[in-house]
Each structure stands twice: as C-alpha cells, then as structure tokens.
Design a protein around this ligand. Structure first.
Ligand SMILES: [Zn+2]
Length: 437
C-alpha cells in the first residue's frame, strides 16, 4: 500500500438499527403500524417455521468407551462413498414463495428408467449430513429427470438429487445445491453507499459476546450466521466466545482477537458507542474497511475489514426465529441478529415489510425476503475475490489497535440522532462514514 497505515482512508458503512418503535420522533416517515411495539392487527398467518423442522437424527447407539490413555489417532467417521454421477441444475436458486421451480439433470448408470429423489439436507456438519427425501420421480431411459423443488416455506434449503441402487448399479447422487424461497419484491434491497463486501476468499472468523445474554443467544447467533452463509456463499468459522464489545473504545476498528473479523455482542446500552443509553434502538450492525475500493461489474466495493453486531441485552425478547411476544417486542433475538448481520455484509434498510432489512422488528417468523436474498446473493461469493492490492497490508487490526485512526467526531453525533434518517454519508480527508438509522 502506498500510504502509511494511519493515513489510510478508512471507510465505515455502519450502522443500522432495528428500532423498538417506542418514541419514534414525530418526523419519522414510518407509519405507526410499522412499529414493533404495536401489536399487529393481523399477524402473517403464513409459515410457522423458517426451515422444516428436521427429524432428529437417530440417537447415537452408545457413548464411546472412555478414551484410552494414549488416544489412537482419530479416524474420520466412515462416509458412505456415493459416486457423484447425477447432474442437477435448478431452474432458479431464488424462488418466490409458492412459485414452481424445477431441478433437471441426468443420472448415469443404467439404460432403463430409474428412480430419482430430491433430498433435503439437515444436520450441521458436512460429513454427518443427513438427507430427507422430499420428492420422488423416475428418470427417462436416457437418465433425464425433472423434479419439482418445494417452495411452500420461506428459507434457504440445501438439496441433492439421489438415485438409489438398482440391481447391481450402485447408488449415486448429485453435488448439493441450495435454493432460497422468499416473499416480496426481488428488487427490494439496498446497498450502503459507499458499498462494501467481504472478500469471499477469506474465512470470516466470528466470536460471540454472550456476557449477560439471554439463554439461547449463542445458538441464535450461530443459526443466523448459517442463514447468511448459505445465501451469500461466504464462509464463516466460529472462534468461540469473547468479552470484546465492538465500539467500546475510541478507535475506528475494535481490537478483535487475531483470528476474528466479526463480533456479535449482547451489550448493555452505553458500553458501546453504537448503542447509547435510553435509545430506541435494539441493535446496531455494520462494517468498516481499511482497504481500497475495487470494481466488480458496474460497482465499486470496499473490502470489509471488520464487521460488528451489538444488540441490547436488556430487552425482553423471545429467542429463536419464530413468532415473538405479541404483547412485548414483537420480534425475536434470531430476527434481530439476522437483520444486523445483513448490515455486516453490506445491506442497508428497505421500507418493505416483507424483507428482514425492514428497519423494525416484526411479528412474523424470521426469514429473508426475496429482496434480502437477491442482495445477499449479489454481495456474496458470486462476484469473486478482491485482488491482494485492495486488501490492507497491516494484517489484523488488533495488532494495530493503538495506531488506528480515531473515530471521526461526527460519528458520535450520528449515533445519538433520533430522527429516522435513511442514509447519511460524511466524508473527511481520511475517513468515510456511511450508515443509516
Ligand atoms: Zn437495521
């Protein structure tokens, strides 16, 4: 990099909050009905669950015998070898709710028609992935098949096409593929300006600050991350818990551990400058960049250096991703964290209630809308990696915490603004801040 670190241009597209709605200023452009606190007159009756409740895998036969003193090198669990001799091409990977979509392909191995099944993945680990048959059909004699992809539930689902063994012909399957089902306008998404995206060639290490957090917080964070990863194609790795509070100090970047680029923290308002005491906001999420903007397609993006989510741990909300408490805050912790994570990958608010990037908690199960899905997909791995020249050479921010440029003074003012501002961009010679409330 040509310039010294401290002179480096710093970009922040931060922010964004979900408001509780209590005390929205009179100037707010948001209709009262949008406010989370208001008990919704007619909750969306639709899907009760984000993802199909997978049957639990059969219980493990018995606990392994106590480990011998010198543990033998652990062998990976045997994976049934299945030839990947089925091609599978979904007609669309982002599907409007209840709209027909197909997966077509060819299964090799026989000269006769052969049964094929669309199987849904559940289970967390690749090697222990379990499959549930969702649809069945038969191929034609040349192996060609056509299967319908279910689109009755919102969410992102991973499938494969499986052909069971026939006589002496072995079982075979396709590579897994993911499709997302959502509601609303597929164009309903908005990027921060300036825009930022993660470098998909990097694994994003994340930690969760669960100090004082409600029960289930860690699990909610992990599931929300998985929901972002599946749609963006970005790779995340859980690095453990942390006591770091993003925005606690007065440096631009927060001193994260070396292996960490994203922190999700349940905090007490006032301990982070992103979440002030007595504010209406329940959460705040965003990103910061020390890199150089790079063109991908028709747009330039800053490579994201740090992402952060802070949520107000003193709020009373249900955990999980289902319906919230209609008498209290109508949303859930899961819905809130998904929304804030949307900011950490570059999405800002849209005034469309069918999207999770709508800036208010809502009384409905948490699932990305069609616009959210399109935005996540377009910001994700699809666009390719940043060139090394665009990435900061300083290595990891924590090593340089003391040298990091201080926050621009305007930033503090922004955080305390109570009016609803869609977007605010402030430029100083060295820093750019873009965010919204
Ligand atoms: Zn927001």
């Amino acid at each position: 990099m040509r310039v010294k670190m401290v002179r480096q241009r710093v970009v922040a597209a931060t922010a964004a909050c979900v408001m509780t709605g209590a005390g929205i200023s009179a100037g707010s452009s948001v209709p009262a009905a949008a406010v989370g606190r208001v008990a919704p007159a007619k909750p969306t009756p639709a899907p009760r669950k984000t993802a199909p409740a997978p049957r639990k895998p059969a219980p493990v036969p018995r606990k392994p015998t106590p480990a011998p003193r010198k543990p033998a090198p652990r062998k990976p669990a045997p994976v049934p070898s299945i030839a990947l001799a089925v091609t599978a091409t979904p007609s669309n990977i982002i599907i409007p709710l209840a709209r027909t979509a197909l997966v077509t392909g060819v299964v090799k191995g026989t000269r006769a028609a052969r049964p094929v099944q669309l199987q849904l993945s559940y289970g967390r680990q690749w090697l222990t992935r379990q499959w549930l048959t969702a649809r069945g059909a038969s191929s034609d004699r040349k192996g060609g098949y056509k299967l319908t992809i279910p689109s009755g539930k919102r969410g992102t689902f991973t499938y494969r096409v499986y052909a069971p063994a026939v006589g002496k012909v072995a079982q075979t399957a396709s590579m897994p593929f993911s499709v997302s089902v959502g509601e609303g306008n597929p164009r309903s998404y908005e990027l921060f300006a300036p825009a930022g995206r993660w470098n998909p060639c990097q694994v994003i290490g994340y930690r969760v600050n669960t100090q004082g957090a409600p029960a289930g917080a860690l699990n909610d964070a992990k599931i929300a991350i998985a929901n972002v990863a599946r749609t963006t194609g970005l790779r995340y790795a859980y690095r453990g818990t942390t006591s770091v509070i993003p925005g606690a100090g007065d440096t631009f970047l927060s001193p994260y551990p070396k292996d960490t680029q994203l922190v999700i923290a349940w905090v007490k308002p006032g301990t982070s400058k992103h979440l002030t005491k007595g504010s209406d906001y329940v959460g705040y999420g965003g990103w910061l960049s020390l890199g150089e903007p790079t063109r991908f397609g028709s747009k330039s993006y800053y490579p994201i250096t740090q992402g952060f989510v802070v949520v107000d741990r003193t709020r009373k909300m249900r955990s999980g991703f289902g319906l919230g408490d209609p008498k209290g805050l109508s949303g859930t912790w899961g819905q809130l964290v998904m929304h804030e994570l949307g900011h950490t990958v570059g999405l800002t608010h849209v005034m469309d209630k069918q999207q999770l990037m709508y800036p208010f908690l809502q009384y409905r199960a948490a699932a990305w809308g069609l616009g959210d899905l399109g935005g996540l997909y377009n910001l994700g791995a699809r666009l390719g990696c940043f060139p090394a020249s665009a990435l900061p050479k300083i290595g990891l921010p924590s090593q340089y915490a003391g040298m990091l440029p201080p926050l621009v003074p305007q930033l503090a003012n922004l955080a305390t603004m109570t009016t609803h501002i869609q977007r605010e961009i402030i430029k100083t010679p060295q820093q750019v801040w873009a965010g919204d409330h």
